[in-house]
Write a protein that binds this ligand. Structure first.
Ligand SMILES: Cc1cc2nc3c(=O)[nH]c(=O)nc-3n(C[C@H](O)[C@H](O)[C@H](O)COP(=O)(O)O)c2cc1C
Ligand code: SF4
Length: 668
């Protein structure tokens, strides 16, 4: 397939120095934690990148690879390439990506002050300047480099670039963004020296320029990309105005293209590196355009680009030359092929939920909430014929149920799905309703469309009763029925001003208040905080009552999103937070709140209960008693996030292959 009528600009080749890229789509570098303990490329990593190259991306930029593991490593699974011992794996990776039709660059990097002391032989990170702990001013957390060490590191960058060329890479990207060593030297916040490597703006540039020259020398006609943060978004840090002056200097020193990223990887500015979903689609593109205008070299735009038309428009208008996708490559490796075929509707959408950067017990490697195969590409696929002649029933069409039904149907089961509501989405709707979270509707729409197009038999608008399920005589049942309200010890709960916050966010009840009225939200978890924000968004005054202290609000929310949510809650003049308190009673438009044993009455027009939910798993026992093996997944098993539900469903269907799949027999 050549060209694309739907997005012609995205599918036009581009020459970068001596290398022709087949199209304008770049996979952004993303640490997969699939590397080996010696910093080597593993088969799992090759399989991960191969799927993205086969998916039609023109250029894969491999994750950050450390130039000096003794001083600069981020974590134990980070790639390193400082001598020939790891060359072989890189050669195999490069060959695989070339065979799949894409070009491949290596991103080279040094963490500087943010190196992980647990994986450094000397246990002490190094950077431009000495840094001491804020808590214990005697304790050094980073040692300032000597001039000799700096000169050696310049050579290390060149050395790694030379090895990348030897491994067959088509180019190199220097990681000069996100607060790592190159940025630490460039930024007044990181560099406190007063010698040839720091002291003023010019001398702070000396290290990045020396590194560019060192790498350029090793690359011959291969291109060098410099990744920068167009704005650090830190008080006193580099801004886009500074970067418009700095970027031409990077080009003069030898960068052929600039990759325009954003933010600082540690602290609050991290929310500009891997943004939460509240940031609008394509918001960074104007920054890429300014860097392009300031330098005249090709730029790569990246960040919150989710749909092909956004990228197409950026290239067509001359704002950017290449479009990099980070998280969308975790969600849907086939993104490029689907765009090229004009099938935008088939793209599994990245909602920027950031499940992929959250910790998950028992899991180290990269993953995606919506795509359980990400990071496990070497696992045998679920066999397509394991359900042949068998019937499956799924109860609930939230993320867990809908994704389970799709997998079951694709693996050959006659699949029935029951859903009380008339539509797909379940708990996704409640998660998507608060301000700034509407991207989650992309996922419920996606699941709804996939179900509608599939052969799954939908029993929507109907609560699944035991008899309905038994009448189908299923071989397999999956229970994904979501949650139920918890009854609270509050006097007067049948008062008309009381409403379940979940019903409001599910859009099953109207808030029924006008601007200036007063709502009390009871519950300091994620739902309570979001309900408070939702009410304030409608001009309603809110008292948010939390049983826990204020610093524990929304404690199980994803951490980048939580930073912004808490900041907004505290800054919103319509919201008052009352922590360490309980709601005791409601009646006559008054709510009694108890704090430290002291009760007081507050007038209110609405009391919204957001005190947590419990799993709706009642059917499990009844099905078990009827002799049907049932897997309980999602919130029905344990109340969690969308990704937890989808992954549980995947594992439940995968587990069926032990029971039903016919495995080919190989002998040795
Ligand atoms: C799991 C993960 C790992 C990342 N690792 C790197 C990395 O190794 N080097 C880098 O420059 N940026 C890294 N990033 C940032 C991405 O390259 C990208 O700039 C960012 O995710 C914003 O783009 P997106 O909205 O398309 O995801 C990482 C992002 C994620 C989500
Ligand atoms: S986990 Fe969420 S943010 Fe991360 S890639 Fe998947 S959909 Fe996107």
């Amino acid at each position: 397939m050549t060209g694309s009528t739907a997005y012609p600009n995205l599918f036009t080749p581009l020459r970068l120095r001596g290398v022709e890229l087949p199209n304008r789509l770049v996979m952004a570098p993303m640490s997969t934690e699939l590397g080996g303990l010696e910093g080597e490329v593993t088969p799992a990593m090759i399989a991960f990148y191969r799927e993205r190259a086969l998916g039609g991306m023109g250029l894969i930029i491999v994750e950050y690879t450390c130039v000096d593991p003794d001083t600069g490593r981020a974590h134990e699974y980070q790639l390193t390439l400082d001598d020939r011992k790891n060359l072989d794996g890189h050669r195999r990776l490069v060959r695989t990506i070339h065979d799949a039709g894409a070009k491949i660059f290596m991103q080279i990097q040094h963490c500087g002050q943010y190196a992980n002391r647990k994986v450094l032989p000397g246990g002490m990170p190094v950077g431009p300047s000495d840094i001491f702990s804020k808590r214990d001013p005697e304790q050094m957390t980073c040692r300032g480099l000597t001039s000799e060490e700096i000169a050696k590191l310049v050579i290390s960058f060149g050395n790694t670039a030379a090895l990348a060329v030897e491994a067959g890479y088509d180019g190199v990207e220097l990681h000069g963004a996100h607060g790592y060593l190159l940025t630490q030297f460039m930024s007044p916040l990181g560099n406190k020296r007063d010698d040839e490597w720091g002291g003023d703006a010019e001398r702070r540039l000396a290290f990045p320029l020396a590194v560019i020259r060192s790498v350029r020398e090793k690359l011959g006609e291969l291109p060098l990309v410099y990744r920068l943060s167009a704005d650090e978004f830190r008080p006193g840090g580099l801004t886009i105005d500074d970067m418009e002056e700095i970027a031409p200097r990077l080009v003069e020193a030898g960068a052929d293209a600039l990759h325009v990223s954003m933010g600082w990887g540690v602290g609050p500015a991290f929310e500009k590196v891997v943004e939460p979903m509240s940031m609008p689609e394509g918001w960074r593109i104007p920054y890429a355009a300014r860097i392009r205008a300031a330098t005249g070299v090709p730029v790569i735009a990246v960040g919150q680009i989710r749909w092909p038309e956004t990228g197409e428009q950026a290239v067509a208008s001359g704002d950017a030359d290449l479009i990099a996708l980070g998280r969308p490559m975790l969600t849907d490796p086939e993104w490029a092929n689907k765009a090229k075929a004009g099938r935008r509707d088939l793209i599994r959408p990245c909602t920027s939920c950031n499940w992929c950067i959250s910790p998950h017990p028992g899991r180290v490697q990269v993953g995606c909430a919506e795509n359980p195969r990400t990071g496990t590409e070497l696992d045998p696929p679920i066999p397509v014929d394991m359900g042949k002649g068998k019937r499956a029933v799924v109860i609930g069409a939230g993320p867990g149920g809908a994704s389970a039904a799709l997998l079951l149907q694709q693996s050959g089961f006659e699949t029935h799905i029951f859903e009380t509501r008339a539509f797909t989405g379940g708990g996704i709707i409640a998660s998507a309703t608060p301000p700034g979270k509407d991207k989650l509707f992309w996922y419920s729409d996606y699941l709804g469309n996939r179900l509608a197009e599939s052969a799954v038999i939908r029993h929507f608008g109907k609560r699944a009763e035991l008899e309905d399920i038994l009448a189908l005589n299923p071989d397999v049942a999956i229970l994904a029925a979501g949650t139920r309200r918890i009854d609270l010890p509050i006097e007067g709960l049948d008062d008309p001003i009381v409403m379940d916050a979940y019903d409001l966010l599910m859009r099953e009840r109207d808030l029924g208040l006008t601007e200036g009225q007063h709502a009390i939200v009871y519950g300091g978890g994620e739902t309570g905080c979001e309900t408070a924000e939702f009410c304030a968004h409608h001009g309603v005054h809110v008292t948010l009552v939390s049983r826990s202290p204020a610093d524990k609000l929304a404690r199980s929310a994803e951490w980048v999103y939580r930073m912004g949510l808490l900041r907004r809650l505290h800054e919103n003049p319509l919201i008052t937070i009352v922590d360490n308190s309980h709601v005791r009673s409601v009646g006559n438009r008054k709510v009694t709140i108890e704090t430290g044993g002291v009760a007081r009455e507050i007038e209110a027009d609405r009391l919204l209960l957001a005190q947590g939910r419990r799993s709706a798993d009642e059917l499990a026992a009844a099905l078990g008693d009827a002799g049907i093996a049932v897997s309980v997944v999602g919130d029905s098993r344990q109340v969690g996030r969308i990704g937890d539900a989808v992954h549980m469903s995947y594992r439940a269907v995968q587990a069926l292959s032990a029971q039903y799949a016919r495995m080919p027999k190989l002998a040795c």
